[in-house]
Design a protein around this ligand. Sequence first.
Ligand code: URA
Length: 222
Amino acid sequence: MIIEGCMTSHAVTPLPPLVLDHPLIKHKLTHLRRAETSTAGFRRLVRELSLLMCYEATRELPLEPIEIQTPLEPMQGEQLAGPDVCFISILRAGNGLLDGMLDLVPFAPVGHIGLYRDPETLEAVEYYLKLPSQVSSRRCIVVDPMLATGHSAAAAITRLKEKGARKLLFTCLLSTPEGIACLQKAHPDVQIMTCSIDRGLDEHSYIVPGLGDAGDRLFGTR
Ligand code: URA
């Protein structure tokens, strides 16, 4: 299936990107970017960064009251109101962000979407899609470490919306002004959460200064 990328949407003002600028995030991101960081180190840092991102990405999750007993007295606490959240990984590098996210929200179901770029038409083509049930009522936290051109992110979100997803948040480690503009143009209703807006893209559509190929660095396929 061919999916449209950065087509203009009819909705109005795009949500501004949320840049996570916590010192821990900046520190870990710097070490993640280093060319000499090993695969093991890269994985550990991505896991730690995704924990920190998840903390922010889940800020709006609804709570419900629950009566509990402390060692001293009963009290009314709060707990997450049911499993109305899910993670959706854009294959394959998105999977690297799942471990940390699932450490914090272990009950969340996980969807996967796989897209490749047709070398002739340059269109995004879907090769895999498996989503949790009731995706339309869930807050969908879409994970992909790199928002580069924005084409595959926009195409993935178009497809998720076709499947009923409505409450979508796109989370990434690195982004570019071009990628943000593309995604905002196609999906102005989707909040983008990123740890950094890098300078731009090189002639091969790699993010610069970037961190290289996130999938290769995560899975040791360099
Ligand atoms: N995907 C990557 O893994 N790295 C980039 O720089 C751009 C896209």
